[in-house]
Every structure is written in structure tokens, then in C-alpha cells.
Write a protein that binds this ligand. Sequence first.
Ligand code: 7PJ
Length: 337
Amino acid sequence: MRRLRPVAMTGTPRPADALPLAGSGTVWWREALADGALRAAGDLPAEVRDRLSDPRPDLCGVPADRPLVMGILNVTPDSFSDGGAHYALEDAVRRARGMSAEADILDIGGESTRPGAKPVSVQAEISRVVPVIRAIRGSGIATPISIDTRKAEVAAAALDAGADMVNDVTALRYDPEMAALVAERGVPVCLMHSVADPETMQQNPRYDDVVPEVFDHLAERMAAAEAAGIARDRLIVDPGIGFGKSMAHNLALLRALALFHDLGAPVLLGASRKRFIGTIGGAEAGPDRMPGSVAVALHGAAQGVHILRVHDTAETRQALRLWGALGGTEEGQNHGA
Ligand code: 7PJ
């Protein structure tokens, strides 16, 4: 396929021949030509212009017209301060309440998909996530909930308990029942790029050219999702930072993020606290990687990313407010003189 060479840019006023990117307020799109010159937006084929700038659908009822914050709520046993089930539930609800002050969506996961992680049984995963989702809903927290799972039975139980969308790090490839379930429920689904299994994925990641390969994989997964009956406006795409990628692969994908808008779907970025941030930032422990994670989230916002999946929701939101006030989004510019 023809390769776009995107240049995303922020700030006001919009350059006369730049294209507004869908759902991002004041992030503009330009396309670089082989000689480095910029092609005027008016010279792009109309279908490409439409894919880039047509408004993106609401996400679980939240308008996708500014970068949304998805707060990560892991409910694996090692993510609680105490193994006791009752305490764990209260702890999870307290964290969900705290996060929902600054998060547009909560992403709840009961299986660690970190490199080297061991699989968890369907029953164990359900028994971790379902009581937490029920307790969150029972306590009146109405923030949309995403269930981070590869398994259709877990997704079904989570949706029954009150979740609103599915986040599948295998892009519907792990469980043959997952696509049909998502189609039947009519919920949004995030299709993330990954290679192989979390147990082995970091052993030797190799690509000839990582950016077009990830792009083509996501295009293929979107087509598979549509063929399974999932409406196109329910699809979200994600380059899958850290999933079968070296640091160089992660950086190449992050630099090229704007390209993924040409898939015509909202883009989700999950880079929070990942290893490359620790390596480049010189921070070994996960929580110490917050500042670097915020920096990468702002980079994502400037590339027009629609959903930022983060651990540090309040810090990320604060950074986005300042970014907005300085010209990143129209919303942010309404803060007056
Ligand atoms: C991601 C995810 C991501 C999406 C995880 C971690 C590993 N889902 N689940 N994108 N990462 N969509 O958070 O460190 O990047 S689990």
C-alpha cells in the first residue's frame, strides 16, 4: 500500500494547508513527501482525508473530542496490599473511586500480560474481576469500565457485571469466541498489536520494518473484526507498546503514532510505566516511572491519540490540562486570559 509519512503538529492557528485530525481539537496533519517537503492537505485523496479527519464515535458515551484518560486498575493478587478477599474488594473500590475523579474510563484486568507472565484460568480471572466490577457499580461509580482480557468467558462475565467495553491485547486472536461475543454485545473493542504469547514475546522481537508491519496487522485485525460482525465504529486500535517490541521498536512506533490515524479509528496508547521508560528515564521501580510516562502521554496527545491508558490518572490529567491551555485542545483554550 501507499505509505503516508505523517507529520502531526499542534498549536494555533492551523496552518492553511494542514488537515485537522479527528477528535483532537488542534492537532493538525501534514504529509511529508520523499524529499521532505510537506504535501498540502488538499492534495490528499478524499478518502484518506475523510479517514483522518472524520469525527470519531463516542467511546462508551464519552465524546472523543479531546484526549481521554483510561485509568489502569489491575486486580491481580500482587496488586493488592493485602491478600484478604474482602480487603482487596474495598481496596479496589477505593482505588476506582480515586481514579474516576480524573479518568474517563477504568481498565480492569485480572490477568497480568506483562512479559514473562504465566496464564491464569478462566475461573480465577472471573473471580478476580467480576466482584470488583460489581462492587464498583454497587457503590455508585458510573465511570465506563473496560475489561482487559483475552478470554470471551471473562469478557462476557465482566460485561454482565457492568463493564462497557473490551480491551483485548491479542486483537481477538487468542480466543476464537471473542469476536462473536463482542459482535453480539455491540460493545467497543480495543484491538492491540502483539506478537506471540506474553510468556515468550520479549525473547527475540524481530521486524523488517516495525511501523508498517504493525499498521498492516491492525488493518487486518479490523477487517477480521468487521467480518465477524463487529461494527466499524466500535473499533479502537493500539500499536501495543512493549508487546513483542524492543526499545528501538517502541520508539519507532511512538514517533510514527500519527500514521495510525489512517486506520480511521480512535487510537489508544498504553506506554505507562513500561520498561523503556525506566531504561531511558533511569527509573527502576514502576512508580518512579511516572514523570517519563506523563512525558510520553503528552507526546501521544500531540500526535492526536484519543485514549491514553495510564496508571497515574491525576498526574496525566494535570499535564493534559496544561497542554490544553497552551494550545493543545480547544477545550484547554477556554480557560481565558
Ligand atoms: C496494554 C494493555 C496496552 C492495551 C497492558 C502494562 C501491560 N492494553 N494492557 N494497550 N498494556 N490496549 O500495562 O504494563 O499497551 S498490560
